[in-house]
Design a protein around this ligand. Structure first.
Ligand code: ZN
Length: 275
């Protein structure tokens, strides 16, 4: 039995320190049995070898990062992205991931039609539903903070994610990922989490640092910032989510520079009271 049954660590948290072959045994040594896997790291290891490694260490794979990025208006690029997503779905099935973390994609350089970008991403998602269903893979829509709307995701709010999910009419395939760092500021958060209900397929935690130094790469450890993470956890649990809390910290100048054992010890210490 794990000492931390509801704790998962997203591989991005130790992105600079560990390969997949390194992080999996390291987490097991720390009695942590949840991990979210990044595609570049899985490919580096080899998909079959990575899947075996995860099974050997009894890991629950709480997400496969990242799918989607389908907002490009260029038909050739769009088709290539769709093909890429089909491989991502196969790989997610191979490692038994609880979802593919699905990002809409941002605005391509020179493009200003944000409504068209949103329609494109939604269209792309709809085209992947048959493959995802056949593979038994959930596509977890993750709205990102509006500050990365141009670069990463034209889907910014829980409401928009819920609206897309309703339009797609594929409740068995399309889930919702709640990431505290992305949605904590939203005045409609509690009602939209309740609306997502059992569709919530992953819960990512990181804190917002008041004097953040980077739009993406300066996330805080739970407890170090302004987000009431336990409150948001209570909201997702009240909505019906009973899965792990996945610590996902992109932190170029702080956590990525620390010793991995130290990072994991701090995560475990914060687990009970700060997330
Ligand atoms: Zn996330």
């Amino acid at each position: 039995m794990s000492d931390y049954p509801q704790l998962s660590v997203n591989q991005a948290t130790l992105r600079e320190q560990c390969s997949l072959a390194e992080i999996v045994p390291l987490l097991a040594r720390h009695a942590i049995h949840g991990v979210a896997v990044w595609r570049d790291k899985l490919h580096e290891c080899g998909v079959k070898q990575g899947a075996q490694l995860l099974r050997d260490h009894n890991m629950t794979v709480t997400g496969y990062c990242v799918g989607g990025l389908l907002s490009d208006p260029d038909p050739t690029v769009f088709e290539q992205s769709l093909e890429d997503n089909r491989r991502i779905i196969e790989e997610a099935a191979e490692i038994n991931a609880q979802c593919v973390v699905f990002l809409a994609g941002g605005l391509v350089a020179g493009v200003k039609d944000i409504d068209a970008a949103r329609e494109r991403a939604l269209e792309g998602l709809s085209l992947l539903i048959p493959e995802a269903r056949a593979a038994g893979v959930v596509l977890g829509l993750e709205p990102l903070h509006p500050m990365v709307c141009a670069s990463r995701s034209v889907l910014s709010t829980m409401k928009a994610a819920n609206d897309w999910r309703d339009q797609l009419e594929a409740p068995d395939v399309v889930g919702i990922v709640v990431d505290t760092y992305n949605v904590w500021w939203d005045p409609d958060l509690s009602q939209e989490i309740a609306r997502a209900g059992q569709a919530i397929c992953a819960f990512h935690v990181a804190d917002w640092l008041v004097d953040t130094s980077d739009l993406r790469l300066d996330r805080g450890m739970p407890g170090d910032g302004v987000i009431d993470i336990p409150r948001i956890r209570a909201l997702v649990e009240d909505a019906g989510y009973g899965g792990p809390r996945e610590v996902e910290i992109f932190s170029r100048d702080n956590w990525w520079r620390r010793d991995p054992d130290e990072v994991l010890e701090i995560i475990k210490a914060r687990y009970r009271h700060s997330m």
